[in-house]
Design a protein around this ligand. Structure first.
Ligand code: 2AM
Ligand code: CA
Length: 264
């Protein structure tokens, strides 16, 4: 299988669907929100974007299955599956904000072998193939070399439905607010991951995520030299709904802090 050729086809596809998303975001007027409501509008856009992706991905790899946010196709195949989120950062999108991304991963058995995250707002396409490195608009990217958490910019997401660990989160947030360069919450996990990959953030953590939010971004960050684990230090970060990511220098101390706040 020619991973680079497939990746190049996916890049063309996400750019096409990105143009669709951008056009739809411009249509969000107070009149539409009044008539349809924000949620109905975005559900329509999400579903349409997903259908466009699925139709083309089926042509690219006819035998692959899909795990997709809007559930257009949930058919899983034995070997190859696409894990896709047609619009990550939905809340940003419907409020007229950036960033928002399309996230596409190709999984072979248990392993992610292609990751593409296209951040539509800034027209930045992040890609990786297994053992082939990570790229931003075709230029090779690497995680930052920052060594200390005190000099790190940390990304996270706020819990939005599972509040059982909100107290742990608040304690961790206070620690990182007081002991790092700062904390950012952009509202799109796929984008947070690739921003670690290209060195804008040193580290990122969040719980309550789905596989389509993180599958592509994790390969991109690993291929850029970063490290990834779940909240117990294990490998269940794609389907396990929790993820810790860092450049290789700060990763161990970042994990130790989160472990201390969550696993008590
Ligand atoms: P989404 O935009 O595809 O919904 C932000 O914390 C991350 O959580 C995003 O990747 C976002 O993906 C996901 N998420 C899912 N449901 C959400 C919600 N109701 N509010 C905020 N983020 C949500
Ligand atoms: Ca998502």
């Amino acid at each position: 299988m020619d991973l680079q050729k497939i990746t190049d086809q996916v890049i063309v596809l996400v750019k096409e669907v990105g143009i669709y998303l951008k056009g739809e975001q411009h249509k969000i007027t107070s009149e539409i929100i009044e008539k349809k409501g924000r949620n109905d509008f975005v559900t329509y856009v999400d579903k349409t974007a997903e259908q466009k992706l699925v139709d083309k991905l089926k042509e690219i790899l006819p035998d692959a299955g899909f795990i997709a946010e809007e559930g257009t196709e949930i058919k899983k195949s034995e070997i190859y599956n696409w894990i896709i989120d047609p619009l990550d950062g939905t809340t940003n999108f419907i409020h007229g904000l950036k960033p928002y991304s399309i996230s596409i991963a190709l999984q072979k058995k248990e392993e992610i072998i292609i990751g593409v995250v296209y951040e539509v707002g800034l027209d930045e396409c992040f890609t990786a193939t297994k053992n082939g490195g990570a790229f931003l608009n075709g230029e090779k990217i690497f995680v930052s070399k920052t060594k200390e958490l005190s000099e790190s910019l940390i990304a996270t997401g706020f819990p939005y439905y599972d509040y059982s660990r909100l107290p742990n989160f608040m304690k961790s947030l206070q620690y990182f607010i007081e002991n790092t360069h700062g904390v950012r919450r952009f509202g799109t996990a796929a984008t947070d991951l690739v921003y670690v990959a290209c060195g804008r953030f040193e580290a990122y953590y969040e719980y309550g995520l789905q596989s389509w939010d993180v599958a592509a971004g994790t390969l991109i960050v690993q291929e850029a030299g970063g490290k990834v684990c779940d909240f117990s230090g294990g490998n269940n970060y794609i389907f396990g709904k929790e993820i810790i990511v860092g450049n290789s220098n700060v990763f161990d101390s970042f994990f130790a802090k989160i472990d201390g706040f969550y696993n008590i």
